[in-house]
Design a protein. Structure first.
Ligand code: AMP
Ligand code: MN
Ligand code: MN
Ligand code: MN
Length: 294
């Protein structure tokens, strides 16, 4: 194929995690695994953190793939936690970093409080256990879940969430993340596009979901993660319809956290349902994409 061949068959995966948040691979290992899985364009979207992006960019050059600098911002909307992915963000943008720093400060306080609540519930050492698993990076409920599962408090990580870490459970700490408006302000200020992550996963009525998307569009939000590793096939189709109704661009991402979860693999995604407009259609993917199609 020639140098100017259209990048028709690029494989995109626009949602993934590394050790910089609650993933279990380093950014370099993640990029190498994505390349081996045939991914041409990978977004690294750690929770409230962009500290893995520089290493991932270096690894992507070596592996011959495109790295999209991203972040997954935790948002409180209508008393629920919503995740907004920022794609192609300039990680050097000061207001973005100030915002993310504030979110991480809330995370640190929340982790201590989770430890205190679990201790009251008879589970000692959970905070220390989570800290040890976070490798000095952000502390997520995932780190608590691994500690609790490994110490026999539940049969699996999923069961730990169900019994201890979801709202109204003993280890759950309510609190305020960024508002939707703040998150979009940080992402847009940093030159990025905002995408509502795994929209089918939130427990909310159809009318509340429409309200969320209405406000998101009003604030200038661009995309909906129509295809997600945490969606069923049916979810993908209903989210495609929702994206069309709200004139949102469609994104696709595995939400890969590590090889220990065999259900989710990098780049293993359903193609966007017919009628979706892909968020990457307008992207200029320079060198790396040309390498991929030549
Ligand atoms: P946090 O941002 O610290 O509140 O943690 C949220 C993370 O926990 C998500 O990004 C997932 O990686 C993980 N998580 C949430 N719910 C579950 C669940 N039911 N089973 C396994 N992991 C979950
Ligand atoms: Mn996570
Ligand atoms: Mn998420
Ligand atoms: Mn995620």
């Amino acid at each position: 194929m020639g140098y100017n061949a259209p990048p028709m068959s690029l494989r995109y995966d626009l949602h993934s995690h590394s050790l910089a948040s609650d993933g279990t691979l380093s950014p370099s290992e993640l990029v190498a695994r994505a390349a081996a899985a045939g991914v041409n364009v990978l977004a690294l979207t750690d929770h409230d953190e962009t500290g893995g992006v520089a290493e991932a960019e270096r690894a992507a050059i070596k592996a011959g793939i495109c790295l999209v600098p991203g972040v997954e911002v935790s948002v409180t909307w209508g008393k629920q936690t919503i995740h907004v992915v920022g794609l192609n963000v300039n990680t050097g943008h000061a207001p973005l970093q100030e915002g993310l720093t504030r979110s991480r400060e809330f995370r640190n306080w929340r982790a201590e409080e989770m430890g205190r609540r679990l201790a009251k519930h008879g589970i000692e050492g959970a905070y220390e256990g989570a800290v040890a698993r976070a490798h000095g990076r952000i502390i997520s409920r995932t780190h608590f879940a691994h500690f609790l599962a490994e110490n026999g408090h539940a049969a699996s990580v999923r069961d730990v969430f169900k019994s201890f870490l979801k709202p109204r459970k003993p280890g759950y700490v309510p609190g305020e993340w960024a508002s939707l408006e703040e998150a979009l302000g940080w992402i847009h200020g940093a030159g990025g596009q905002a995408v509502i992550a795994h929209p089918a996963r939130y427990t909310m009525s159809a009318s509340k979901r429409r309200k969320l998307l209405g406000e998101f569009v009003e604030l200038g939000g661009e995309g909906l993660e129509v295809v997600s590793g945490s969606h069923s096939r049916g979810d993908n189709f209903s989210m495609a319809q929702l994206a069309k109704n709200h004139k949102l661009l469609a994104s696709a991402g595995s939400d890969f956290h590590g090889p220990e979860n065999p259900w989710v693999e990098l780049g293993r995604l359903q193609t966007l349902p017919d009628g979706c407009r892909a968020i990457w259609e307008g992207w200029q993917l320079d060198e790396c994409a040309r390498r991929a199609v030549s």
